[in-house]
Write a protein that binds this ligand. Structure first.
Ligand code: ZN
Length: 397
C-alpha cells in the first residue's frame, strides 16, 4: 500500500495542534510526516508541488486517539451473547478488522484494544502495521487480567489470575504473545451478571506486580476501576490510566494529579446502556443507573482538581459503536469539561499515555495522522461529528 504520493498542503486553516488553537495557518505534509507549519500567506516553496486543500472555515487537528476499545465487539444489545458467539480467534480477528476500519473512517487513527480473545486483536494490529489491511494504529492488551470470578471472567476477553506471582506471569505471557498494553480489572463491572460493579478485586501486591512487569517493557497499564477503593488502590500501585473511574474522591484525584495518572471516563459506555435501557439486559441497566450520578460528579471532581483526561469510549459495549471517539469528546464537554481539555484528551494526552512520540500533536517531523473538520471544535465540539477528511500517515483515507 505504501507509495510515494504527492504531499498535501492545507491552506488558510485553523489548527488545533494537540495543545492550542492557531488561526490562519498553512500545513504541508506527506507520507514522510508533517513537513511545515506556519502563517498561511507565506507557504514554503515545496507547497507548490503539493495537492492543495482549502482550509478556510475548517479546523485541522491530530487524528483522534481512543485509548479504550474492544475491536472484537460490535456493540450488540446483548453483550453476553456477542461474547458467546466469539468462538474462534479467526472470527474474532475478522470482526476486529472491520471495526478497526470503522475507527479509521471516523478519524480515529490510533486505538488501544483493552481486551479480546487471545491474540486476535494483536494479529490485526500486526496486519495493519504491515499494510495488509487498512486501519488505525492498534495497541492491543491481548486478554485482560481479572481475579477468579471477577469482572469479565465468564467471557473470552479476560483470563483469571490470583496472587502476585500469577499476575506477574500472566503479564509476561501476554507480552510474549505480542501485547503492547496491559489491562488489569481492578474492581467489579457493569456487564458481568451476578457480581457488583464497585467491589475491589486485585490486592495492592497483585497490582504492583503486574504494573512493574509492564513498565519494565515500556507498556502502558490500564486499570478498569469503578469503585472508590479500587480506583485508589490502582492509582497508588502506579497504573497509567483509570478506565471508567466512576467513584473518584477528591483525595484520590489529588493523588492522580501528583502521579500523572490519566482518567478515561468512558461516557459512551454508560450512555449506550442507559439510552437503550429497554433493549439491554436488566442487570446491566441497574448497575449503570446506580453509578450514573457518581460518574458525572467524578468528572467534575477530576476537572476541578486538574486530573488529565484521555478519550476512551469502551467501544464494543452495548450501543457503543466503533468510531465513537468524537462522540466521547462531546459527552465530556456536556458533563462539564472545557472543550480544549476534551480535545487534548483525544490527541496529545492519549499519545502521552500510550507512550507514542510520533502522534497526538501537529508538529514538524510528526506522523501525518490528521483530521480536517468543518467549523471550530473549541467553539462547538459537535463540529467533530460533522463532515470530515482523514489522513493516515499522510495518505487520504
Ligand atoms: Zn472496556
Amino acid at each position: 500500500m505504501r507509495r510515494m504520493a504527492k504531499p498535501t498542503y492545507v491552506t488558510n486553516v485553523t489548527v488545533f495542534d494537540g495543545n492550542r488553537l492557531r488561526k490562519r495557518q498553512g500545513v504541508l505534509f506527506g507520507t514522510e510526516g508533517i513537513e511545515w507549519i506556519g502563517p498561511h500567506p507565506r507557504p514554503p516553496k515545496a507547497a507548490r508541488e503539493a495537492r492543495e486543500v482549502e482550509g478556510d472555515g475548517k479546523t485541522l487537528m491530530p487524528g483522534l486517539i481512543d485509548v479504550h476499545v474492544h475491536l472484537q465487539f460490535d456493540g450488540d444489545a446483548d453483550f453476553e451473547k456477542e461474547a458467546r458467539d466469539l468462538t474462534t480467534p479467526g472470527f474474532a480477528a475478522l470482526k476486529a478488522m472491520v471495526n478497526a476500519k470503522r475507527n479509521l473512517d471516523a478519524g480515529v487513527t490510533t486505538v488501544r484494544d483493552l481486551g479480546g480473545m487471545g491474540g486476535a486483536s494483536i494479529d490485526v494490529a500486526r496486519a495493519v502495521a504491515a499494510g495488509l489491511v487498512p486501519g488505525p494504529r492498534i495497541l492491543a492488551a491481548g486478554r485482560a487480567l481479572t481475579v477468579s470470578g471477577g469482572h469479565g471472567h465468564s467471557i473470552a476477553f479476560s483470563r483469571e489470575v490470583d496472587g502476585p506471582d500469577a499476575v506477574r506471569a500472566a503479564v509476561r505471557e501476554e507480552i510474549r504473545a505480542g501485547a503492547t498494553a496491559i489491562k488489569l480489572i481492578a474492581t467489579g463491572g457493569v456487564l458481568t451478571p451476578g457480581i457488583p460493579a464497585t467491589f475491589s478485586a486485585f490486592t495492592a501486591d497483585e497490582l504492583e506486580a503486574g504494573i512493574r512487569e509492564a513498565h519494565e517493557r515500556n507498556l502502558s497499564v490500564a486499570a478498569h476501576a469503578i469503585g472508590a477503593n479500587g480506583i485508589r488502590a490502582a492509582v497508588l500501585a502506579g497504573v497509567d490510566s483509570i478506565e471508567h473511574c466512576n467513584q473518584l474522591t477528591a483525595a484520590t484525584a489529588r493523588e492522580m494529579v501528583t502521579r500523572g495518572t490519566f482518567r478515561s471516563p468512558t461516557i459512551c459506555a454508560v450512555r449506550g446502556i442507559l439510552d437503550h435501557a429497554d433493549r439491554v439486559a436488566d442487570y446491566a441497566v441497574e448497575k449503570a443507573r446506580s453509578i450514573e450520578a457518581d460518574s458525572k460528579k467524578s468528572l467534575r471532581t477530576a476537572v476541578r482538581s486538574g486530573v488529565r483526561p484521555v478519550c476512551g469510549t469502551d467501544a464494543g459495549t452495548p450501543f457503543n459503536a466503533h468510531g465513537n471517539a468524537a462522540q466521547e469528546v462531546v459527552y465530556m464537554t456536556e458533563w462539564g469539561m472545557p472543550p480544549l481539555d476534551a480535545l487534548r484528551a483525544a490527541t496529545s494526552n492519549g499519545a502521552e499515555l500510550l507512550r507514542l512520540e510520533d502522534v497526538g500533536t501537529i508538529e514538524v517531523g510528526k506522523r501525518a495522522d490528521l483530521v480536517l473538520v468543518d467549523g471550530d471544535p473549541v467553539e462547538d465540539p459537535r463540529a467533530l461529528l460533522g463532515r470530515r477528511r482523514v489522513w493516515r500517515a499522510g495518505d487520504p483515507v
